[in-house]
Design a protein around this ligand. Structure first.
Ligand code: COS
Length: 391
């Protein structure tokens, strides 16, 4: 399907696809097996200016939007989502600074992220606060020109590898979600340590660690926006970054179709390639249709988000929900088409199916996405949202 992307967008897509083919494909199985962070690939992506796709030119980026970033994520994901999430999570960590940083914070922290010199990460989730983002317990207490952070963040993508962390902590517990604040914390800050690298079902090459704050002192100047804005910073950040997870789903689905279709043409049973069997053709037809529908929704959603409308939560959630449920189904069907071989580690669809599961969980489970969509929809029909006709 032709989405009439601009010449620049097509170039970004092709460059990312080339890096995926030449640099990621040869090492993806080994990185997965060794659970090794893809630093060499991050360096290549940095040299290709990929980390700055969505960052304004004045901060060293290329001045594109969510769509440009998602095109790169999609192509990397076609080959390996452990690599693409390491790349995309830097954007998740940088968005709070991009959206709510003051001029000095942006000038200091965005150029190294845009240039791929520093990775960023986002610290929200805690052992007792996952879907219930307002329930975080990490605290930040003002002490003169500093804040003192205490608490533990869990399952943080790029944890330990990133240099720059956007952290959500409570400055006033009595106010619930409205008592949360957002901070920039640098790796190396006194009292800031990392837990061990987590052992995961999939995306094993990516780094997932705890962030441990024990009387961690950071400059008061590292507060983002104002005290009490942390929950809004979080929600606005997730609205911007969730399409990136959808792009992972679209790319991963396409990668699984690549594998399953190629296999079906060469695997002979009952005297002919299984691709000639209607049962297999129907599965491939569904996989392709669902993936194309996810891609169309992703690109349309990104264009909508990039036009800076007032409210984007529902659309960002819909894109994430549909593309990632699609990826789970398509990768599962790819394993099914490849039968026993698909289940073996020597074929990539085994990893793809393991990897797909996390897409339905991180950056908000797909149940939370349905909550967001449902609540926004109800607001529209009760006239609580501006500019929407009420039925
Ligand atoms: N943009 C702006 N404001 C938002 C918002 C958004 N997208 N979503 C919520 N808010 C506001 C609400 O309007 C509300 O403001 P008021 O108190 O002024 O009315 C406030 O934030 C609290 O919102 P709400 O009551 O809806 O919060 P809940 O605690 O019920 O949580 C969900 C809402 C479940 C949507 C949120 O906790 C969430 O997204 N959880 C998943 C977190 C997640 O994605 N984790 C993954 C880890 S990050 S990789």
């Amino acid at each position: 399907m032709d989405y009439f992307l601009s010449e620049e967008q097509l170039m970004i897509k092709e460059l990312a696809a080339q890096i995926a083919r030449e640099k990621v494909l040869p090492v993806r199985a080994e990185l997965d097996e060794k659970e090794e962070f893809p630093w060499e690939i991050m360096r290549v992506l940095g040299e290709a200016d990929m980390f700055g796709l969505y960052i304004p030119e004045e901060y060293g980026g290329l001045g594109g939007g969510i769509l440009e970033n998602c095109l790169a994520i999609e192509e990397l994901s076609r080959v390996c989502i452990a690599v693409s999430v390491s790349f995309a999570a830097s954007g998740l960590g940088a968005y709070p600074i991009l959206l709510y940083g003051n001029a000095e914070q942006k000038q200091k922290y965005l150029p190294p992220v845009a240039g791929g010199k520093s990775l960023a990460a986002f610290g929200l989730t805690e052992p007792n606060a996952g879907s219930d983002a307002g329930g975080i317990q990490t605290t930040a207490v003002k002490d003169g020109d500093s804040y003192i952070l205490n608490g533990t963040k869990q399952w943080i993508t790029n944890g330990g590898e990133a240099e720059i962390y956007s952290i959500i902590a409570m400055t006033d517990r009595s106010r619930g979600a409205r008592g949360a604040s957002a901070f920039i914390v640098e790796k190396g800050a006194p009292g800031f340590n990392f837990g061990k690298k987590e052992k995961k079902m999939g995306i094993r090459a990516s780094a997932t660690r705890e962030l441990i704050f024990e009387d961690c002192r950071i400059p008061a100047a590292n507060l983002l926006a104002r005290e009490g804005m942390g929950f809004i910073v979080t929600m606005k950040t997730l609205d911007k970054s969730r399409p990136g997870i959808a792009a992972q789903g679209v790319g991963l689905s396409q990668g699984a179709i690549d594998e399953a279709a190629t296999y079906a043409k060469s695997r002979v049973q009952f005297g002919k390639p299984i691709a000639a069997q209607q049962a297999i053709q129907h599965m491939l037809a569904d996989m392709t249709t669902q993936t194309e529908a996810a891609r169309a929704l992703l690109y349309a959603g990104c264009k909508f988000l990039d036009s800076n409308p007032k409210s984007i939560s529902k659309e960002a959630a819909m894109v994430k929900l549909f593309a990632t449920d699609t990826a789970m189904k398509v990768t599962t069907d790819a394993v099914q088409i490849m039968g026993g071989y698909g289940y073996m580690r020597e074929y990539p669809v085994e990893k793809m199916m393991r990897d797909a599961k996390i897409l339905q969980i991180y950056e908000g489970t797909n149940q939370i996405q349905r909550n967001v969509i449902g609540l926004e929809l109800i607001k529209e029909y009760t006239g609580k949202k501006e500019g929407v006709a009420v039925g």
